[in-house]
Ligand binder design. Structure first.
Ligand code: COA
Length: 261
């Protein structure tokens, strides 16, 4: 049974959960409700063993997410804004989510939308998608991790350029910068993303979790600490039945069947 949300649609496709931000008339801008519902949806999917991968997308063919809901900024005090941002963050919930999360970017991916995509593990873009951090044009700066995650992903020079100019770039340029993993024709976006998501969802959930955690550590620690943590996470995989199954299946020349145990 799909969960019921006001601003989201959550669907299950095999072992993949598809979360669609559903405010197309507002270009799927993230208001407080959408952020809360997004975090709640992830909370529901976190311990659901039937879900191996989560995909985020936007409703309609114009926008993935056109940013924070600017209407909510009007008249807001600094203290209220701080409370909103220090509350339960959707971006942090994605970052901390123990399963892979993929952004399926189908149009404008701006501001908080780009930050949401950056918090995901992989980004697949349609040829018609566009990307940017246009906050500077509103007299503000990215506040959902954009200055940090974009810089770590594409380097300081290009991140600085995008953030200082507020320029919007097309999907091919985003691919060249390493901001997205893949660009596909708009008509193929869903099938290609689902194909990738399903392929990942067949792997051991335990190994996926350890892999995500290990890679995330790389940009948050020094090399010695990262290498040390990698060894711990690698060794932890040896406590799983999935590791026994993976090794056994290889030796028996068959496809492994992972159970997430
Ligand atoms: N917050 C709130 N409302 C937004 C929004 C946002 N980030 N982005 C779009 N909308 C709303 C528009 O206000 C408009 O509402 P209305 O029909 O009630 O007037 C509706 O969505 C459609 O937007 P429109 O600008 O007419 O669509 P478009 O297809 O011509 O342009 C964008 C799309 C995304 C280029 C343009 O809407 C835009 O620049 N949005 C703001 C992007 C931004 O600065 N994001 C960073 C926020 S921190």
């Amino acid at each position: 049974m799909p969960e019921s949300y006001e601003t989201l649609i959550v669907e299950r496709r095999n072992r993949v959960a598809l979360i669609t931000i559903n405010r197309p008339e507002k270009r799927n801008a993230l208001n407080i409700r959408t952020r809360q519902e997004g975090a709640a949806a992830l909370e529901e999917l976190r311990d659901d063993a039937s879900v191996g991968v989560v995909v985020f997308t936007g409703a309609g063919d114009k926008a993935f997410i056109a940013g924070a809901d600017i209407a909510e900024f009007a008249g807001r005090t600094a203290l209220t804004q701080r409370d909103v941002m220090l509350g339960r963050s959707l971006f942090t919930a994605i970052d901390d989510f123990p399963k892979p999360v993929i952004a399926m970017v189908n149009g404008y991916c701006l501001g908080g939308g780009c930050e949401l995509a950056l918090a995901c593990d992989l980004r697949i873009a349609s040829e018609t998608a566009s990307f940017g951090q246009p906050e500077i044009n509103l007299g503000i700066i990215p506040g959902g991790g954009g200055t940090q995650r974009l810089t770590r992903l594409i380097g300081e020079g290009k991140a600085m350029e995008l953030i200082l100019t507020g320029d919007i770039i097309d999907a091919r340029t985003a691919l060249a910068l390493g901001l997205v993993n893949m660009v596909v024709p708009a008509a193929d976006l869903e099938s290609k993303t689902m194909e990738l998501a399903n392929r990942i969802a067949e792997k051991s959930p335990i190994a996926l979790r350890m892999a995500k955690e290990a890679v995330r550590i790389a940009s948050r620690s020094n090399l010695d600490e990262g290498l040390r943590r990698e060894v711990d996470l690698f060794a932890l995989c040896f406590s799983s039945e999935d590791k026994d199954e993976g090794v056994k299946a290889f030796l028996e020349k068959r496809k492994p069947v992972f159970k997430g145990k």
